[in-house]
Ligand binder design. Structure first.
Ligand code: TA6
Length: 300
């Protein structure tokens, strides 16, 4: 099996990002402010050879979230070898205009065997000096309505998740499904912190989720802002849709159970995942659903 291509997108500010053709998985985002620090987490044990989903970066979850009869976990998008780079534009001048790239996945024999619908997925990337926008566009190319879940499974790099080293703000008051206990809860905390396995689906979460990260050994703190949106027909007659946020840290036992994840790597990551997963998204023929996030990294 030949190694999947890795496409690098550069920006004149010095920021850059890398995308594996396998699953159109974003592997890295280096900001102009910190050109040697990947803002995204990728496990040291991640498989990059296309043998299994990449453990880190921004895997694409579609058309199902989690386990579903007849599908691999989280669906087929993140393990497809059929994604094609359709365009790439590097911003070389001055100013804040972004560099951009588009990857496309059309229905094929593999997807039809799992999900008998005509569709096109387009992953659109816009790279700025200190922010990265990733938008997943779902085009319904079939003659009937389609129904799916979609999620951007963003892994963020953390120096040390313990003792308030990672605080996720913006979710207070929301109902969430706690997948660890199997219960519905209301988030009481102004900031979600981590001291055990955490796997929470916050339905209809607000646009902005803020992740405050403490620097290690007195190093710089960071604030990562994830601004998420979902739309129908964004490019023609945009209609905003509800979207969710999933927060995940596997903690010790689940970390040990993943062969592509170091036993102590739970200390250095958190997943904050924009998605449309608490309900299935319905999409009429000929229409487009868009799920997008803008990850902004501020070094304090
Ligand atoms: O988004 C959190 C989650 O659904 C967890 O339940 C865990 O399963 C995680 O995704 C990783 O799933 P994966 O199939 O990549 O091992």
């Amino acid at each position: 099996m030949s190694m999947p291509d890795i496409i690098t997108i550069n920006h004149s500010s010095g920021s850059y990002c890398e995308v594996s053709q396998y699953g159109a998985t974003v592997l890295s985002f280096y900001t102009a402010a910190e050109p040697t620090r990947n803002a995204l987490f990728v496990s040291d044990k991640a498989a990059l050879d296309g043998s299994k989903p990449i453990r880190g970066g921004i895997p694409l979850v579609f058309p199902v979230f989690g386990p579903a009869a007849g599908f691999p976990n989280h669906g087929f998008a993140r393990t497809s070898t059929e994604w094609e780079l359709k365009e790439i534009n590097m911003h070389v001048g001055e100013g804040e205009d972004p560099s951009s790239a588009q990857f496309s996945l059309e229905a094929n024999d593999v997807t039809r065997a799992l999900w008998p619908h005509a569709f096109e997925l387009v992953l659109e990337l816009k790279l700025y000096a200190n922010k990265l926008t990733t938008a997943l566009h779902v085009h319904n190319k079939s003659d009937g309505e389609i129904s799916f879940q979609a999620l951007l499974h963003t892994y963020l790099s953390v120096d040390d998740v313990r003792d308030g080293g990672c605080q996720v703000e913006g979710l207070q008051g929301l109902e969430y499904h706690d997948k660890v206990t199997g219960t519905k809860q209301i988030e009481q905390r102004s900031a979600v912190t981590f001291d055990k396995e955490t796997d929470s689906v916050y339905a209809n979460a607000p646009t902005e989720v803020v992740v405050r990260l403490r620097g290690a050994q007195g190093g710089a703190d960071r604030v990562v802002t994830i601004a998420k949106n979902a739309f129908l027909d964004q490019s023609t007659q945009p209609v905003e849709q509800k979207s969710d946020a999933v927060v995940w840290n596997p903690w010790t036992e689940k970390a040990k159970g993943m062969s592509d994840f170091g036993d102590d790597e739970y200390l250095r990551m958190v997943c904050v995942e924009p998605g449309r997963v608490s309900e299935f998204q319905q999409l009429a023929p000929g229409h487009v659903f868009t799920l997008q996030q803008t990850i902004h990294v501020a070094k304090l």
